[in-house]
Structure formats: structure tokens, C-alpha cells
Design a protein around this ligand. Structure first.
Ligand SMILES: Nc1nc2c(ncn2[C@@H]2O[C@H](COP(=O)(O)OP(=O)(O)OP(=O)(O)O)[C@@H](O)[C@H]2O)c(=O)[nH]1
Ligand SMILES: [Mg+2]
Length: 890
């Protein structure tokens, strides 16, 4: 957003011209003012007149486009709301059949039932549904009583964006009830925040409220607005909010619309829903589903889907945005060539009669449909995913969904989408892979859940205050700041450092302990999507303003705990866990006679300084979470093997501890472990952190690698944190250090170029048969993985030197037949007595939280309920005790 000064200037100008401020945006993205028609005429240079349409309905609106004087024009991207033309439409559709999907049927068909069976209820999570009418609680309660397990009480709350608009027309109230009931339908313990806009701030006001207050891990929007009729400024405004939402870890789901490719009916020009067009939203399309009902009307399974199209324009919304260019993630195998951002991203049942959704409105049960229904239902499923992942939000889903779908399209992974290939939405036909009628198809929630969270989740904040006058002592910032883009002084290498002056209203502005009203903050910046610029020649505002809007947009990351856990192995692959002994060459690959492509197999070691992203890359390459990842250096202590099996190759990746100048015995062992891995490897992946640049430590490492026989590939990681032009000098330096070696810029976090790295590794491997079973993905024991998952939380939830003084030992790991529970007893070793109370926290709070999050992780790993008991034990000198180190595999 604009700086405070700029915002204040615009605000002051409107006040000076007779308007009064109705709402200030805490995010400084929008300003809501009210004035008379006379004020508008005098200040904005256009009279407000009455118009009537062909049907003699009367509206008011400006006679000409509003204009502003030069002193404020540069700061204002657009002016909305001078007319009362019909604008946002609720997308709910009424059905007539008496068979419909209940929550149980829906969960069964799309695989969410598996997450429910593992105990997920949405507890601890929240969904914000965006609406503009109040609603009767009795209907929500009646829905729970009729369709959810006996005794279920839903946690549905109202949040008014401003004033209470009361109950609007029937379609509006039905929309609210549908959204609230289905947001809770699969996740009955989730908090549903019904965020209600009023007449003056409408749907945009409710969206802003949901973002500003972070009112849900998922935001569900079931309204439509024709992109041609919306102003570009308005469409871009949604994008700005969604981008901020994503940076906060919120996932935004928007119904793609119910009018096929023509969202502007009666105008039949192809157009999409402006609310769904942003690349920061997931656009949800619609299908017609065969749920294989049995005689009593219960769904028994998935019987296939076609594009929802009932004729008369009632069909799955889809097409290309006129405002947003194709985002980078919409390029790749399985995707048609797109110019604009293509919609929808995926689709779920939406045909109100085939089979429709049950709901309660006005005291009676009814059947409804529309992408309006599919959207909150998907939000509900994602609440379960969030819970299972132990994530407080999955953030922007687009890049991850497309990566997974792309892997599916290339046969690199099991399916995560039911590909819909039949039918059309009137203009666009379904086809294998992605299409503009149903996106990638419908989600298989149980298969997606383990894989989500590895890619486009919220970015990791690494903000620390440098305490002035202490010679550089650091403290973690307790507070979140809105960092002004103008204050950013990006250094050529390293985390951008921001000198932020605290002001009244900045929470904890003196978290650095100095009451001097200022604090220097190191901020990790993350760009969610690099190329979401407007399409050239898009209607609306001038290019100059468009550049201004997008050119300096950075997403502020400020939430320490909002990173989701990494991807998980699909149940199918999980069988490999726990095998400690690899079985070399016991599964010869059948060879096709005369085939010329040989099978390749071998070891690839991932090495680099601490914290450069080795473990993140390992997980991305293996396609599942093997290694723990934390923002702290020296997380990985052991050599860890992750296996990727492809149709023509098998690679055993070795994750290693960061190589650094080690002093303590523990660290020396860690570095030794890493060096040993080098000796085993056929290929060495040297990771360099693009955000910190090439450090002296990198140079030393490069000189050790230069004479090795193994092929060395340099991976310049974390490029998502660096402006493209800054990469070139880095690559030049690396080219000098390791002449002739390939350098691949990549992001282990977003998945960018990870497939390229995989391909290059395969090319460099020797010919040979598989070294491990095709379904094995690691040789680590379950006990080891569990120890690591506890340590991950310990590292994430303790600061300074505390995590480094700790280790985790799993002492008991048994199955309890009663209730199919896994019982795990683990001891956290601490080095000094003073660390024990820190790990335990006030009233046991921290230890409980470590245990809770670790338990969710272990449950996801093991695919069953887990009882995790944690103890803290002081054992001075454990890190110097060879026996202990041996027990810890060090
Ligand atoms: N922005 C960004 N962050 C990344 C990327 N890869 C890793 N990270 C982050 O960098 C931090 C360190 O990642 P790890 O994978 O634990 O790094 P590591 O090299 O294994 O660190 P050690 O445990 O010391 O060996 C974590 O906060 C990651 O989320 C990337 O491509 N982009
Ligand atoms: Mg690591």
C-alpha cells in the first residue's frame, strides 16, 4: 500500500472537499468516504445523474469518469461506488430434485472422509465466508441437527465489516446460510466467521475485514461480478487483498461463476468472474457428479464427473481473465497456451440437480447448487487439511496445486485430481489435464492433503530486532509491523533491512526494549507470484498507474508460526517408512527387449552451508516430507536418505548437516557426516543461498568440491527472495569458483526449477538397476522420524541457544490395540538446568504446544491416532558424551 504520509494526504484532501471518512483501511489499501452528489460534482468533476435501463429500472451514476487534481491523482488508483448498478451477485442456484449430497456423501466422494476418520474435525481452525446479509441462527442449528452427527453444535459467528445490514432478499440469505452451513459441513469443529459487509462497503468491505483481521485460514467467496463490468481498479483491488491474505497464510477460494464462459449475461462476450480472476485466488468451477447413490440415497463412491452445464447459460464459469496475465504457475505440461490468467483452477460438483447439496433455509431443507456451494464445501475440506498438516494456513495454493497436477500429468506421482474430460461450459471443452471448464478436475482430498503445504504456503519470517547500543545483540520481534515499501533498502546480498520508526498503534513497537520510538527490523520478503502484472492493453486505468500498483508490491511476512508442515507421503507410499535395511538390487527392472533407454540409479548428496535450504530441497525432490525444516541454521544433524523412484531412474538423495567451521564435538561430528556423504555420492548438489549471496564459507566449500570425481551441480536456491537482475552477478561468481559446472537457479520452497534439478541429476547418474524398493522413500526408521518431528517443533518454538542444547530420544514406541492408537514416549534432553523451564514454558504452555504440533505431524506421518507423551530431562554435557551421540545416530 501507499506510505502513511501518502494515505494521510489523500484522506485530508477528501475531508477538505466535504467528504467524511467512513472507514480507514488499516492495510492502507482503500479509503471509504461519503459525500453528497454535490460534493462529488465539485470535487470529482462529474455530476451524478439518474439513468434507466431497457426495462425502465432507474439507477444513478456519474455522467463522466471521475477526475482528481494532480496533487492526489497519482496516489489514487481508482474510484469505485459512485453508481448503484447491480454489482455483486450471490451465485447460489436452487435445485428441484429430492436427492442431494449430504456432508457425509460429499466427504466420501472427494476423499475427505479419510481425514475425518483420522480424527480431523477442523478444531483450532477458522473459515471466513464473505457475505452481505445477516441470517437466522436457527437454520444453521437445524442443518447441524439434520445432517451432522448427533449433538454437533456449530461455531458460526457473525463479524460485521461495519454496521449490521439486517436480512436482505431471500437469495442473499440463502447464500449466507449455504456458505455457513457447508463451510462447517465437513469440519464441524471449525470456527466459521460469517463476515458481513454493509450497504456502504459491500463485498469488498467484507473481504478487507477478513484479511485485515485474519478471520480465517481459508476465505470463501461465493459472489460473482462480471469482469467486463467491473473496473480494472476494482479487479486489481481484490488481487491486492488476496496477495496480503496469502502472505498471512490465508487461502482464498472464489466461486468461478455459474454462467459458463459468459459471466456478463445478457452480454455474451466471454468474461470471467472478476472476484475470482486474481492469481492469488483459487477459482472453483463446477461439475455434474455421479456419486453412485445406493437405494437409501447414500453415496457409495466416486462414479465420475462431467462439466456442469444445464443449458440456458447455467454452467461452470471459466475462461481467461482480461485483466491479469497468465501467472508463471500456469505454464507447463498439461496446460494449454494461455495469455490471461486461466480459470477455474479446479472444480467440484455444482449442478443443483445432479446431485446438488442439502441445506436448511427458512426452517426447511432444500437442495441447492452452483459454484457457490462447491466453494464453501472445499473450504471445509481444506480446514481438515490444515488441521492434519498442523498448519495455521496454506497460503497461496495455486503454485502448489499446479506443481502437483503437473507431476500427475507427467506420471511422476499418483493422482491428486480426478481429471474431468467430458462436456463443455458452452465455449470451453473439458480435456485431459487442465481446461477452462473444470481446471485440473476435482480434488482427491486424501491424496492432496499430504502433499499440500510444501509449496505456496506462507513465507517464513525471519525478523529480528538489532538492539541499538548493545553492539549488535539480536532479539526476535514480538510484534508485526506494516513495513513501508519506501523504507526498504535492499542490500545487494542478505536479508533486506528495514529501519522502521515505531508509531502509536504499532503493536509492541518497542519490542527491542529501547523506548526510543525506533527499531531496525530485518525482514524476509516473499513475492508470491512474480508475474501477476496486468495484461498489456487491459481495459481500465493507464499503464503508469498499473505499474505503480504492481511494481512495488511486496508481501510482508510477519508471522513466525504460520509455516505449514512440509508435504507428506501419500498413504500408498508410506509403506516404505521404517525399513532400515536397504535391499540393494533385489528388484530388477524388467527391461523391454531392444529398448534403448537404460535405467539409471545412484546417490546424490545435497551439501551446503547451514540454512541454505538443503532439507527443503530434499523434501521437494523426494516429493514428500522426509527431513525437518526450520528457519534456524544447524537443524539437520544426521545424514538422511530420501528416495525418488521414477519410471526410468531411482535416485537416493542424501540430506546432510550444514558445513561450517565447527567447534563443539557435536558440530564437528555433523560436519564430518556431511563430508562422508560426499564420498558416497555419484552427484553432488551444492546449494547456495541466493538471498545471502556467495559467502566465504561457500568459497571454501566450492574449492573442496572442485577436485572431486562426482558431477557437481550448483543449485542457487531461494531465488523467490531475490530480484532477477541480482541473480546474474551471483551466477557469474559461482561460474568462476566452479568452472564448467551447471548452475540452476531454483526455489526449493516454491518448487521453481526443482524438476529441472531432478532431470539434471538423473542425466548425471550411472546406468544401473534400482537400489531400493520402488515404494520406499527413506531408509530412516519411524522412531528416528518421530524424534526429528519433535525436534522440529522444539527448534521452531524455542529461541537463541536453547534449541542447540537439546536433543530428543524416543523411549517408547508401541501400538495400543485399544482404539488403534500409537503410543509414543519421548524425552527432551537439555544441556543446562536453566533451559528446562524455558522448554516447559509458563504453566507448561510451551511443552504442550510442542507436543500438540508434533503429535499432529506424527499422526500425519503414521496415518493414525497418536498419543505423545513428552518429558524434559537435564543432562549436562550430553552433547559431549560419545555414547549419547551414538544413540542419536551422530
Ligand atoms: N524463501 C525461501 N526459503 C527457503 C527456500 N529453501 C529453504 N528455505 C527456508 O530456509 C530455511 C532453512 O531451510 P532448511 O531446509 O532447514 O535448510 P538446511 O540447509 O537444511 O539447514 P540445516 O539444517 O542447517 O542443514 C527454512 O526456513 C526454509 O523454509 C527457498 O527456496 N526459498
Ligand atoms: Mg537441514
Amino acid at each position: 500500500g501507499p506510505s502513511r504520509a501518502e494515505y494521510a494526504r489523500v484522506r485530508g484532501w477528501f475531508e477538505a472537499h466535504g467528504f467524511h471518512v467512513v472507514h480507514d483501511s488499516p492495510l492502507r489499501i482503500a479509503l471509504v468516504v461519503a459525500g453528497t452528489a454535490g460534493d462529488v460534482a465539485a470535487a470529482l468533476g462529474t455530476p451524478i445523474r439518474f439513468f434507466h435501463d431497457r426495462d425502465a429500472r432507474v439507477y444513478h451514476g456519474p455522467e463522466a469518469a471521475p477526475a482528481l487534481p494532480a496533487e492526489v491523482a497519482d496516489s489514487v488508483h481508482g474510484i469505485l461506488g459512485l453508481d448503484d448498478l447491480p454489482h455483486f451477485e450471490p451465485l447460489v442456484r436452487l435445485g428441484s430434485d429430492d436427492v442431494a449430497l449430504g456432508p457425509k456423501d460429499f466427504a466420501l466422494v472427494y476423499g475427505a472422509a479419510a481425514l475425518q476418520a483420522s480424527g480431523a474435525t477442523g478444531a483450532g481452525g477458522a473459515i471466513a465466508v464473505i457475505v452481505r446479509s445477516n441470517f437466522p441462527d436457527a437454520d444453521v442449528a437445524a442443518f447441524a441437527a439434520a445432517y451432522l452427527p448427533a449433538g454437533t453444535t456449530l461455531d458460526v459467528q457473525r463479524v460485521f465489516a461495519d454496521t449490521d445490514p439486517g436480512m436482505l432478499a431471500r437469495a442473499e440469505v440463502t447464500e449466507v446460510l449455504l456458505d455457513a452451513e457447508w463451510a462447517a459441513a465437513l469440519a464441524p469443529a471449525v470456527r466459521v466467521n460469517v463476515v458481513i459487509g454493509d450497504r456502504s462497503n459491500d463485498i469488498p468491505g467484507a473481504i478487507e475485514k477478513a484479511v485485515e483481521g485474519r478471520l480465517g485460514d481459508v476465505i470463501s467467496v461465493s459472489f460473482g461480478l462480471c469482469e467486463i463490468r467491473a473496473s480494472t481498479a476494482e479487479t486489481e483491488l481484490f488481487d491486492v487483498w488476496y496477495a496480503i491474505a496469502n502472505a498471512q497464510g490465508q487461502t482464498v477460494l472464489v466461486a468461478s461463476g455459474d454462467d459458463g464462459a459468459t459471466a456478463c449475461l445478457p452480454n455474451t462476450r466471454p468474461a470471467v468472474n472478476a472476484l475470482a480472476a486474481s492469481p492469488h485466488a483459487v477459482a472453483v468451477g463446477g461439475t455434474t457428479l455421479d456419486p453412485r447413490f445406493d437405494a437409501s440415497g447414500n453415496a457409495t463412491g466416486y462414479g465420475g464427473e462431467t462439466v456442469w452445464n444445464e443449458g440456458r447459460g447455467a454452467a461452470s464459469g471459466g475462461g481467461e481473465s482480461l485483466v491479469f496475465a497468465r501467472p508463471r504457475y500456469q505454464l507447463g505440461p498439461g496446460l494449454p497456451p494461455l495469455t490471461g490468467r486461466g480459470l477455474p483452477d479446479l472444480a467440484l460438483v455444482a449442478n443443483p440437480d445432479a446431485p446438488g447439496y442439502v441445506m436448511v433455509s427458512g426452517g426447511t431443507s432444500g437442495v441447492v447448487g452452483g459454484t457457490s456451494a462447491a466453494t464453501p464445501a472445499l473450504a471445509s475440506a481444506l480446514a481438515l487439511v490444515n488441521e492434519v498438516q498442523g498448519a495455521a494456513g496454506l497460503g497461496q495454493l495455486g503454485p502448489t496445486l499446479y506443481r502437483l497436477a503437473g507431476e500427475q500429468a507427467r506420471g511422476l506421482r499418483g493422482p491428486v485430481f480426478h481429471d474431468v474430460t467430458q462436456g463443455t461450459n458452452g465455449l470451453f471443452a473439458a480435456a485431459p489435464g487442465f481446461d477452462l471448464a473444470t481446471g485440473w478436475g476435482s480434488p482427491m482430498i486424501d491424496a492432496l492433503a499430504p502433499a499440500l503445504g510444501g509449496g505456496g504456503g506462507p513465507c517464513v519470517p525471519e525478523s529480528q530486532c538489532l538492539v541499538p547500543g548493545t553492539g549488535g545483540a539480536r532479539r526476535s520481534c514480538a510484534a508485526e509491523w506494516l513495513v513501508e515499501a519506501s523504507a526498504l533498502a535492499r542490500r545487494p546480498s542478505g536479508i533486506p533491512r528495514v529501519r522502521q520508526f515505531c508509531r502509536d498503534g504499532d503493536p509492541g513497537c518497542d519490542a527491542d526494549g529501547m523506548a526510543d520510538g525506533q527499531c531496525t527490523v530485518n525482514v524476509a520478503l516473499c513475492l508470491n507470484v512474480l508475474d501477476e502484472r496486468r495484461r498489456p492493453g487491459a481495459p481500465g486505468a493507464s499503464d503508469r498507474t498499473a505499474r505503480r500498483m504492481h511494481g512495488d508490491r511486496t508481501d510482508h511476512c510477519s508471522r513466525g508460526t504460520r509455516r505449514p508442515a512440509g508435504p507428506r507421503a501419500p498413504a500408498r507410499e508410506r509403506r516404505g517408512v521404517g525399513r532400515t535395511i536397504p535391499r540393494p538390487r533385489d528388484s530388477p527392472v524388467p527391461r523391454v527387449r531392444g529398448a534403448t533407454v537404460a535405467h539409471r540409479a545412484g546417490y546424490a548428496a545435497i551439501v551446503g552451508r547451514p540454512n541454505v535450504g538443503k532439507s527443503t530441497l530434499l523434501n521437494a525432490l523426494v516429493g514428500t516430507k522426509v527431513a525437518i525444516v526450520t528457519p534456524k541454521p544447524q537443524t539437520t544433524r544426521n545424514r538422511l536418505l530420501g528416495i525418488r523412484t521414477l519410471p526410468g531412474a531411482q535416485i537416493a538423495f542424501l540430506d546432510t548437516p550444514g558445513i561450517h567451521e565447527a567447534r563443539s564435538p557435536l558440530n564437528r561430528r555433523m560436519v564430518e557426516t556431511a563430508r562422508q556423504a560426499l564420498a558416497e555420492a555419484d552427484v553432488v548438489l551444492l546449494l547456495i543461498d541466493a538471498a545471502t549471496g556467495v559467502t566465504p564459507g561457500d568459497r571454501v566449500l566450492a574449492s573442496t568440491l572442485a577436485p572431486l570425481p562426482a558431477t557437481t551441480i550448483v543449485v542457487l536456491n531461494k531465488v523467490d527472495r531475490v530480484a532477477r537482475p541480482e541473480l546474474l552477478p551471483l551466477m557469474a561468481t559461482l561460474g568462476e569458483l566452479l568452472p564448467g559446472r551447471e548452475i540452476i537457479p531454483a526455489s526449493a520452497l516454491t518448487g521453481e526449477n526443482v524438476d529441472t534439478v531432478l532431470g539434471r541429476v538423473v542425466d548425471a547418474l550411472p546406468e544401473g538397476e534400482r537400489l531400493y524398493q520402488a515404494d520406499e522413500y527413506t531408509t530412516a526408521t519411524e522412531r528416528f522420524l518421530v524424534q526429528e518431528l519433535v525436534r522440529e517443533q522444539l527448534f521452531r518454538q524455542t529461541e537463541e541457544e536453547v534449541p542447540y542444547g537439546t536433543a530428543v530420544l524416543v523411549e517408547e514406541f508401541t501400538e495400543r490395540p485399544e482404539g488403534d492408537v500409537l503410543f509414543v514416549r519421548a524425552t527432551i534432553l537439555v544441556d543446562r538446568p536453566s533451559q528446562k523451564p524455558i522448554v516447559i514454558g509458563a504453566g507448561g504452555q510451551r511443552l504442550r504446544e510442542i507436543g500438540r504440533r508434533a503429535r499432529l505431524e506424527v499422526e500425519a506421518l503414521c496415518g493414525r491416532r497418536v498419543f505423545l507423551e513428552l518429558f524434559v530431562k537435564v543432562e549436562p554435557g550430553w552433547a559431549k558424551n560419545p555414547r549419547r551421540l551414538g544413540e542419536l545416530g551422530l
